[in-house]
Write a protein that binds this ligand. Structure first.
Ligand code: PMP
Length: 357
């Protein structure tokens, strides 16, 4: 043991989904969008003035903040941007969860929450989802140091009504409630409309899923100006230049093309509904999904065995060997062709097993 060991900040890190690079693979494991970013984003990349890379980017990310403010009809002082919503959430944890009381979040949820809580030494308490994986609103009525949950939830894909979100926000005027809306564009109603009414609500969204820009790392939060100011103060106390210049330029472009955005979402939603029907036909069970993924179990087949068999065929899905969810696979919605190949794999697998048993 080194003499300095006891002074090191030790954490168990978050494990991101793997990024394999196999030939002809079907990658349905990290909820990426199967379609390219809007054509205007790619055009902006080509037209970018590379001599500007010599300079630091705008620390306030002004162009993107203004574009987001216009797109969502809020003031520029109500928008915070960061390096993916992971960065935005991390800054929000550090800024708002600064109490001796525990922060509350569901037991089955985005597995980064306990990691940020641990690294920042924030006490937390997990509140069990009910047997159908739904949030129990009364669990969030007690005293707490803050609340965070995704809507739709990940990895379950359930969308909770705006009524439930508002109920939790309105019961907690003395805490900041963060609603992580990474998947909201695939069918839910955003809590953004509640921001006017509640000074303790922070809504976090991302360009990674619905805008096909996971590689550029753009996330944002919208809330009342006091919340955004507090987050910027923390950000400027750590690193002023979080957003790189190409991401700023391309992020602004992405917001202009609403037609492409809507058509891309429409395609994914149609493919999702087709996939649900096929999975149901094969005997899978799953919470209804309003996200770009489905969280499914099969009463006769082990999720782990399916996960491994899929992997051998270079079809990557996500499996969590964790309490309550080890029977489930999280399957991202890809293109029609990818989902057809996935379903064909299940049909063969189950046909072969049925035949041999
Ligand atoms: N929140 C949830 C619920 C997620 O699933 C993800 C994706 N892993 C994120 C936030 C972070 O996404 P990003 O940093 O790409 O915006």
């Amino acid at each position: 043991m080194k003499l300095w060991e006891d002074k090191v900040r030790r954490v168990v890190p978050y494990t991101p989904g793997e990024q394999p690079d196999a030939p002809d693979m079907i990658k349905l494991n990290t909820n990426e969008n199967p379609y390219p970013p809007a054509p205007s984003v790619l055009a902006a990349k080509t037209a970018m003035d590379e001599s500007r890379l010599r300079l630091y980017p705008d620390p306030a990310a002004g162009a993107l903040v203004h574009a987001l403010a216009d797109a969502y009809h809020v003031g520029s002082d109500q928008v915070f941007v960061g390096v993916g919503s992971d960065d935005v959430l991390s800054v929000a944890f550090l800024t708002f969860f600064n109490s001796e009381k525990p922060v509350l979040f569901p037991d089955i949820t985005y597995s980064f929450y306990p990691v940020w809580a641990d690294v920042y030494r924030i006490p937390y308490e997990k509140k069990a989802l009910d047997e159908n994986f739904r949030i129990v609103r009364e669990d969030y009525y007690g005293e707490n140091g803050g609340i965070v949950f995704p809507n739709p939830n990940a990895p379950t894909a359930w969308y909770e009504s705006l009524d439930l979100v508002e109920d939790i926000v309105s019961h907690n005027p003395a805490s900041v409630v963060i609603v992580d809306e990474a998947y909201i564009d695939f069918g839910g109603v955003s809590a953004l409309e509640l921001v006017k009414k509640y000074d303790n609500l922070l809504v976090v969204q991302t360009f990674s899923k619905s805008r096909s820009m996971a590689g550029l790392r753009i996330g944002y939060a919208i809330g009342q100006p006091e919340l955004i100011k507090a987050m910027n103060d923390v950000k400027y106390s750590i690193n002023s230049y979080t957003m790189n210049m190409p991401s700023l330029v391309m992020g602004v472009e992405a917001l202009k093309d609403t037609k492409y955005f809507n058509s891309c979402i429409g395609r994914i939603v149609r493919t999702r509904e087709w996939t649900k029907e096929k999975l149901r036909g094969l005997g899978f069970e799953f919470p209804d999904s309003k996200a770009n993924f489905v969280f499914a179990r099969h009463p006769q087949y082990s999720a782990k065995a399916l996960f491994e068999a899929l992997r051998k065929e270079n079809i990557f899905v996500r499996y969590f060997d964790q309490p309550r969810i080890s029977d489930y696979l999280r399957i991202t919605i890809g293109t029609d062709e990818q989902m057809e190949r996935l379903i064909a794999f299940f049909e063969d697998y189950m046909g072969d097993r049925a035949f041999s048993s």
